[in-house]
Design a protein around this ligand. Structure first.
Ligand SMILES: Cc1cc2nc3c(=O)[nH]c(=O)nc-3n(C[C@H](O)[C@H](O)[C@H](O)COP(=O)(O)OP(=O)(O)OC[C@H]3O[C@@H](n4cnc5c(N)ncnc54)[C@H](O)[C@@H]3O)c2cc1C
Length: 502
């Protein structure tokens, strides 16, 4: 039971997106006696899947792995549209009563840990402008990885001269009319390859303008195995089989990309060439400067982008912007592209820990100086976990495992009467590298702010679901790296809480 006078909870979850709802399910299932609340800064749940409203918004990984382990994805579409994913999150929250635990328009601003009290104090900006204080024994950050306030927008010369509309996909105007209009979409990532064919359905013409290409792989939007098994065996069993099949396929693609990049590159170029016709300049528009999986692979369902190029509705342009002009963009090559609307699909601004300022016993915590423990906790930061998904597979595979592990940790602490758990990195000579090893722009722009990973487990991230599953589910909690203790005042708090609960 929460202590209503002081707003104290055993666990505070920050964020009601895919991770926060999943975390709550695991918590109330595996630790039913723990009180918890979810603080959500916006006025809706769903996070990413509620925020992004651009045409065609969809997953770029399959829903059998992006869905929760505990709740089968039943829709026929494996690559699902944003509204269906949002509905799945909402239904999950409603089915398990998690929706009643969410407190909306409560943005966590600061979190301060006291070792003496063994608790966090979280300062929250409420919807009415007031500041509220919450305390909790364990802080569980499910706040995603990017800033919700704005996307990344590089400046270009002459932007103010352009007389049409400039739109960022993170702030899509509900009433944007692009029927029969000329559109330029700037960018080569997942958002561009989603937006371009979707807009091309009604726009006059769409240019996809990229400085350099990305790897693009077409996959069927429906999963043949899942469709074959549907109705023949129990839904849960079918889900598990398809989930593992997809885990293994994506691991195989990733592994081949890292061990034999030239072969993978050649294979993907051939697929693109076959889809676009032998005369198409695949080398110019679809042959990236980097190796496969040095950045996230862009998946397209049923070759939709390739089809709209072949239909003449979309033109790929690989060039650099010289300047915006009154009616479009002039490129370095001298070519001019005319447009009524320019969409800047230029990416996200990375933001970790929900943009909160964090202090441990009065000392400001600097994420960039910390090492990440199992990709979910930080060296020298007690009782705090973060949900951070895989970079080479679906986010939820890791966020589910993280939630399971947090529950194991909490139950272990209860069983041994500990109040505090802190990962300690004692080997100062261990080599360090950024915790995310992608060369994508939004990662490179934020390298200075990212935590580090080490060279060995539990400090090294393997980005491998099967290995993580074994470790998170079966390895010892008390692994000699995580330090357990009791706060001096924690006992009296606990007793008070026990009394309050009775
Ligand atoms: C367009 C798009 C498509 C994507 N497609 C895929 C995909 O196909 N596969 C995949 O694996 N990943 C994909 N991702 C990554 C995606 O973000 C994750 O899959 C997943 O949705 C993350 O869920 P989350 O709950 O951890 O974070 P989010 O969805 O970002 O939710 C975080 C929540 O926390 C809240 N919050 C943040 N800070 C605070 C604070 N200080 N106080 C209170 N509340 C706070 C936010 O308001 C938000 O509701 C995609 C991302 C984008 C942007």
């Amino acid at each position: 039971m929460p202590d209503s006078a002081t707003n104290h909870f055993d666990v505070l979850i920050i964020g009601a997106g895919l991770s926060g709802i999943g975390a709550a399910y695991h918590l109330q299932t595996a630790c039913p006696k723990k009180s918890y609340a979810i603080l959500e800064g916006r006025n809706a749940m769903g996070g990413t899947w509620d925020l992004f409203r651009y045409p065609g918004v969809r997953s770029d990984s399959d829903m059998y792995t992006l869905g929760y382990r505990f709740r089968p994805w039943r829709d026929a579409k494996a690559i699902a549209d944003g509204p269906s994913i949002l509905q799945y999150i909402r239904e999950t929250a409603a089915e398990y009563g998690i929706d009643r635990k969410i407190r909306y328009r409560q943005r966590a601003k600061t979190a301060s840990w006291s070792s003496v009290d063994a608790r966090w104090t979280v300062e929250v900006a409420a919807f009415d402008g007031s500041t509220q204080l919450f305390t909790c024994s364990f802080l569980y950050m499910c706040s995603g990885y990017y800033s919700y306030s704005e996307g990344y927008m590089p400046g270009w010369p002459g932007m103010d001269r352009f007389t049409g509309k400039i739109v960022h996909p993170q702030k899509w105007p509900e009433d944007l009319d692009y029927k029969n209009k000329r559109v330029i979409v700037i960018g080569s990532g997942a958002t561009s390859v989603t937006l371009v064919p979707a807009m091309a359905e009604t726009a006059g013409h769409v240019y996809m303008l990229q400085r350099s290409p990305s790897y693009i792989l077409s996959l069927p939007s429906e999963d043949m195995v899942a469709n074959f098994l549907r109705g023949k065996i129990p839904a849960r069993l079918a889900y598990t089989i398809v989930r593992w099949k997809n885990v293994l396929i994506s691991w195989f693609l990733f592994h081949r990309s890292r061990t034999n990049p030239e072969k993978m590159k050649q294979w993907m170029m051939e697929l693109a060439q076959n889809a676009l016709g032998q005369n198409y300049d695949v080398a110019r528009h679809f042959s990236p400067r980097y190796n496969p999986w040095d950045q996230r692979l862009c998946l397209i369902p049923d070759g939709d982008l390739f089809r709209s190029i072949r239909a003449g509705k979309v033109s790929m342009v690989t060039d650099e912007i010289d300047t915006f002009i009154e009616n479009g963009i002039r490129l370095r090559s001298g070519q001019e592209l005319a447009a009524d609307i320019i969409v800047t699909a230029t990416g996200l601004k990375l933001q970790l820990l929900g943009g909160m300022n964090v202090c441990v016993d009065g000392a400001p915590f600097q994420l960039s100086r910390a090492m990440t423990y199992k990709g979910m906790m930080y060296s020298d930061v007690p009782n705090l976990a973060t949900s951070f998904g895989y970079t080479n597979a679906s986010w939820t595979l890791k966020s589910d495992l993280t939630a399971e592990y947090v529950c194991r940790l909490l139950n272990y602490m209860d069983a041994h009467d500990y109040t505090t758990c802190t990962p300690r990195q004692r080997d100062a000579s261990m080599p360090k590298a950024p915790a995310v090893d992608l060369t994508s722009g939004y990662i490179q722009r934020a390298l200075k702010e990212l935590p580090k990973q080490g060279s060995q487990r539990p400090w090294r991230l393997h980005q491998n679901y099967a290995l993580d599953l074994l470790e998170f589910r079966f390895a010892r909690v008390d692994d000699g790296v995580i330090e357990f203790s009791r706060g001096k005042n924690a006992a009296s708090h606990s007793e008070a809480e026990v009394a309050a609960r009775a």
